[in-house]
Design a protein around this ligand. Sequence first.
Ligand SMILES: Cc1cc2nc3c(=O)[nH]c(=O)nc-3n(C[C@H](O)[C@H](O)[C@H](O)COP(=O)(O)O)c2cc1C
Length: 224
Amino acid sequence: MNVSEALDSRMSCRAFLPDPVPESTIREILTAASRAPSGGNLQPWFVDVLTGAPLAALVARIGLQVPEHPLGHPGEYPVYPSPLGEPYRTRRYTNGEQLYATIGLPRSDRPARLRQYARNYSGFGAPVMLFVSIDRGMGSAQWADLGMFMQSIMLLAREYGLHTCPQESWSAWHPEVGDAIALPADRMLFSGIALGFRDDTAPINRLRTERAPLEEIATFRGFG
Ligand SMILES: Cc1cc2nc3c(=O)[nH]c(=O)nc-3n(C[C@H](O)[C@H](O)[C@H](O)COP(=O)(O)O)c2cc1C
């Protein structure tokens, strides 16, 4: 698999098979991903890997609270700016509509949508969760570095036939995740990444998201 194929086949997988992923595979992926660039080579990323009993315990602990608090705790960082201006607001709305359309959930059925959203907190059934965190003292430049690390993990996963879902929704459960991974007080949870084998029969995995045309995001000058 070349880089283009990895990029093209990566998608946010929202239904996984229960098949386990060997620890050695995850170690190889994380070792390779740590070749990601970072300003000043700070390598400001930390990753905690959970599977088996500790993951099941975390999912169960959060699951008990979700019915009463479907959106979790107040976050430690804003997932989106507020207000979210255009064109981002429309992109986000479209994404939600297209996602829920794959499983036939209309906007009017908020309880069902919340139930689907709550599947975030089981990692959509993935056998492995990665939790990515960063020192609280780091700034936006280092948070960008985290993104490069995460994308490297997600592309490498494709080489092993694995799929992923980046999940900042776990940040709403930072106290519980923090307990589960013994997160030091000076570090902040950024995002989860669900990792495993895709359930190809799940309709929700049929979503192929849109991208803005190149003209909207790129400007070329001086090419004659
Ligand atoms: C940092 C980050 C966090 C995300 N968090 C979530 C999440 O909590 N739950 C979810 O279902 N998708 C999440 N996504 C997936 C995005 O919705 C998805 O990347 C986007 O719609 C593009 O679709 P694609 O990944 O399938 O190409 C996240 C993506 C990123 C990059």
